[in-house]
Ligand binder design. Structure first.
Ligand SMILES: Cc1cc2nc3c(=O)[nH]c(=O)nc-3n(C[C@H](O)[C@H](O)[C@H](O)COP(=O)(O)OP(=O)(O)OC[C@H]3O[C@@H](n4cnc5c(N)ncnc54)[C@H](O)[C@@H]3O)c2cc1C
Length: 502
């Protein structure tokens, strides 16, 4: 899927259209703690740009570019970037950092801009550093099954490269056609295959970074074993650009997956969703386990014109992908399915008979976001430990239906790893700014429920701007203070993505 230009609603209280410039939005933005843009600082930056040692073609300041590159997928921030710069080498990045330190200018690393937390947004005249031109696949090492890449490589390009070597890059999600590997590493992206293959963190064998002090570090050198103290590579994974720039990465590739079967199940109880998960996890090699509600399915059917997967209408559905390389394993998978039917956990289900059908089954899950986009949904991405999912969902459902009995709440998510997406559709006739204000209260309710289950207020989309003021629901003040201290070590002048995360 290629995303730029498309418009979905994402992130806490995130909306589709461009009405974010009005007063209510301004207030809303202020509630995220961002500072008003300092026009003097912007002027100074513009003057300082003349001394930046890059080619003129590597700097853009035209209004369209500032708007286009100055933001991620969130749509409610008032974007004010001073310039966009396009490094082509690590040396360029070093020069940019040194220049920024000297001139006290804030920098924002920018990847594919598919982020959903505002982490790549420029609100205060920062200079955006786009990695679009550092997009080469560098060296493939067959023995190590690794590939060195520049940060601007698109996720799908890496997936295709792996395929061309008969290998597999397993981190996969709907933004694959636009998101960049630098952004994936900086957000520790997850997606639909986490149950089987883990997160981006698990596939990074080494990093080259330029810190906020302008120092180039080579972290881990692709070693499998390296017991020499703190592994700084892991500090940069998930750091959302607050410590420095990722300028190269070596990624491990997996063996190509065996033939897969995709099921869609109907389940009438939430508790059954987890029972079926355990049954498949124990007895088969599970690749993905994604849940969605009848409300989500209805919107997909309406939005895509797809037919129902089967006649049974129920509260919950699951897309379950399993490895079935041999006839024996296929039989095993079928017997697990039949067992779930017999126990009454699954009330209906279908198994894919071809790759094309498997792809179509995935559409019921992957097309949800697009189908909901016309309703300006309030979206949230949270996680609890897998065993706590039913309690959490029951709790939160009760809280939301009590507080907002007429609102439509749509659930879906990577339930196999405890990650849920909560989508609330704007009630018909409700003014957008009223909905926005109300959604800030919803955030409190959602995060309190998350906290009760010791979960995370951001499962995989990061903290950025949108969740910064709620960080204490998941991280202690001591942890946040330590994070601030660590930032200062790598970024002594605090020029790296200021105001984000902590
Ligand atoms: C339709 C859709 C579906 C999605 N599904 C998922 C999903 O299933 N799982 C998931 O995890 N995410 C998902 N996302 C969110 C998003 O795609 C991920 O967070 C992705 O990893 C962001 O990558 P990006 O290149 O677009 O980064 P950007 O949005 O450009 O930036 C994200 C962060 O990374 C930093 N950054 C970017 N490049 C660098 C660099 N070179 N060095 C240092 N910091 C850098 C930025 O400053 C920012 O803090 C989805 C988004 C969309 C639109």
């Amino acid at each position: 899927m290629h995303l730029p230009g498309a418009r979905f609603g994402f992130g806490p209280s995130e909306f589709m259209d461009s009405s974010h410039q009005d007063g209510a939005y301004a207030q809303f933005i202020l509630s995220f703690g961002s500072e008003p843009c300092d026009s003097l600082a912007m002027q100074t930056t513009t003057q300082a740009l003349a001394t930046l040692p890059l080619k003129p073609a590597q700097i853009k300041t035209d209004p369209d570019s500032l708007k286009y590159y100055g933001k991620d997928w969130t749509t409610y921030f008032d974007i004010k970037a001073s310039a966009i710069v396009f490094p082509e080498t690590t040396e360029d990045v070093v020069q940019i950092v040194q220049w920024a330190r000297k001139n006290k200018i804030a920098l924002i690393p920018s990847g594919g801009r598919t982020g959903l937390s505002g982490a790549a947004c420029a609100l205060n005249g920062e200079v955006v550093v786009s990695f679009e031109r550092m997009n080469r696949v560098l060296q493939f090492n067959e023995t190590d099954s690794t590939v060195e890449i520049e940060p601007g490589v698109i996720t799908e390009t890496l997936q295709e490269f792996a395929k061309s070597k008969n290998l597999y890059y397993p981190v996969d999600f709907a933004a694959r056609g636009s998101s960049q590997m630098g952004g994936n590493i900086a957000t520790n992206a997850g997606g639909i295959k986490v149950v089987r293959y883990g997160l981006t963190r698990d596939w990074v064998t080494s990093l080259e970074v330029v810190t906020g002090a302008g120092e180039v570090l080579h972290l881990n050198n692709s070693l499998v074993k390296n017991a020499t103290g703190l592994d700084l590579r892991h500090l940069f994974i998930g750091s959302e650009g607050i410590l420095g720039f990722i300028t190269k990465a070596t990624m491990k590739l997996a063996a190509a997956p065996p033939p897969l079967k995709v099921f869609i199940f109907a389940l009438d109880q939430l508790s059954s969703v987890m029972k079926v998960f355990s049954e498949f996890k124990l007895n088969c090699h599970l690749q993905a386990y994604e849940m969605f509600s009848e409300k989500a399915l209805k919107h997909v059917l309406h939005g895509t014109g797809l037919a129902r997967p089967f006649e049974t209408v129920t509260d919950f559905y699951v897309v379950c992908e399993v490895e079935a390389p041999t006839e024996a394993s296929e039989e095993k998978v079928m017997s697990v399915f039949e067992n779930c039917l017999e126990k009454g956990w699954v009330t209906d289900g279908v198994m894919s008979q071809s790759d094309v059908q498997a792809k179509n089954f995935w559409r019921y899950r992957e097309d949800i976001s697009e189908s909901l986009s016309t309703y300006s949904p309030y979206k949230n991405d949270v996680s609890v430990s897998i065993s706590k999912v039913p309690d959490f969902m029951t709790d939160l459902d009760l809280v939301l239906t009590t507080a907002y009995p007429t609102w439509e709440v749509v659930w879906f998510g990577h339930i196999g790893d405890g990650n849920l997406h909560i989508n609330i559709l704007r009630p018909e006739g409700m003014k957008k700014e009223d909905f926005v204000q109300e959604c800030r209260k919803v955030d409190e309710l959602v995060f309190k429920a998350v906290q009760k289950q010791q979960g995370s207020i951001s499962a995989e989309h990061g903290v950025g701007l949108t969740k910064k003021s709620f960080l204490t629901y998941t991280r202690s003040q001591s942890e946040i203070d330590l994070m601030k201290g660590i930032k200062k070590v790598f970024d002594p002048d605090l020029i790296m993505n200021p105001g984000k995360v902590i």
